[in-house]
Design a binder for this molecule. Structure first.
Ligand SMILES: [Mn+2]
Length: 244
């Protein structure tokens, strides 16, 4: 079976719960549509688990993009010659933007790792794909973190810049194309309409799988073979991982 999940945001418990619920095995494939890191309690534990599975295919989200950029700069040894290049204004802006967007927990956990583990995780983040196209049972799916901002007939997928794909927001009222389903995370479904709160949104050839787990909802998994939606139990407040 082929599955997709998104916006795990460090919710390791719900991630393990859904893997168990779908009885995820070596014959299955799980696409993770970005935003594994930040906000929730155990981002690096989720990342380490994913890195150990050949059949979990990661696609980059804006949180990995921000984290990677900042952490790579922080890994540089600062010398007399390069400190202006590394710790410049641009870095400071990225750093403060990342921290204000939930990056602190990732940074705190990254700090506790030894040099080899840091390098291993940064190398793994570099491997994240920009998008994926799937053909299954005659249906075509485009999997990307946030959006493709248009019809891929007019503009092939490889013509998009990374920031188009991970920072912009799709228009869920709009059918982009009759030839494929657009599968995205990034926008928690309660933000599309309260009737979708904690549920996967399937309408207008969109499949939106960020069910807002880190905001006290569920982690949703979509099964492409069966069209089934599988959910974790609700993320509860006592864990202290609700941002707002
Ligand atoms: Mn996002």
């Amino acid at each position: 079976m082929i599955y997709a999940v998104s916006d795990i945001h460090g919710c390791y418990r719900q991630y393990k719960e859904v893997l168990e619920k779908i009885a995820f095995s070596d014959e299955d494939t799980l696409y993770v549509l970005g935003d594994v890191l930040d906000r929730g309690p155990e981002p690096l534990r989720v990342l380490e688990d994913m890195a150990g599975r050949y059949n979990v295919i990661p696609i980059i989200g804006n949180h990995e993009y921000m984290a990677l950029s900042v952490l790579k700069s922080l890994m540089e040894e600062i010398t007399e010659d390069n400190y202006n290049k590394v710790l410049n204004q641009e870095f400071m802006e990225k750093y403060s933007h990342w921290l204000s967007d939930g990056g602190q927990v990732t940074l705190d956990q990254f700090r506790t790792l030894d040099a080899d583990d840091r390098e291993f995780l940064l190398d793994y983040l570099e491997e994240f794909q920009l998008y994926e196209e799937l053909l299954l049972n005659g249906n075509r799916y485009v999997l990307v973190h946030a959006n493709i901002a248009g019809n891929i007939k007019d503009r092939p997928l490889d013509q998009y810049g990374i920031e188009d794909l991970i920072f912009t927001r799709a228009d869920y009222d709009k059918v982009y194309s009759d030839s494929y389903y657009l599968v995205t995370g990034h926008t928690p479904t309660f933000g599309i309409g309260e009737e979708y709160d904690g549920k996967i949104y399937r309408k207008n050839r969109h499949i939106v799988i960020d069910c807002g787990c880190v905001y006290g909802r569920t982690l949703g998994v979509y099964c492409f073979d069966t069209g089934e939606c599988i959910y974790s139990s609700k993320n509860v407040k006592e864990e202290g991982n609700i941002e707002k």
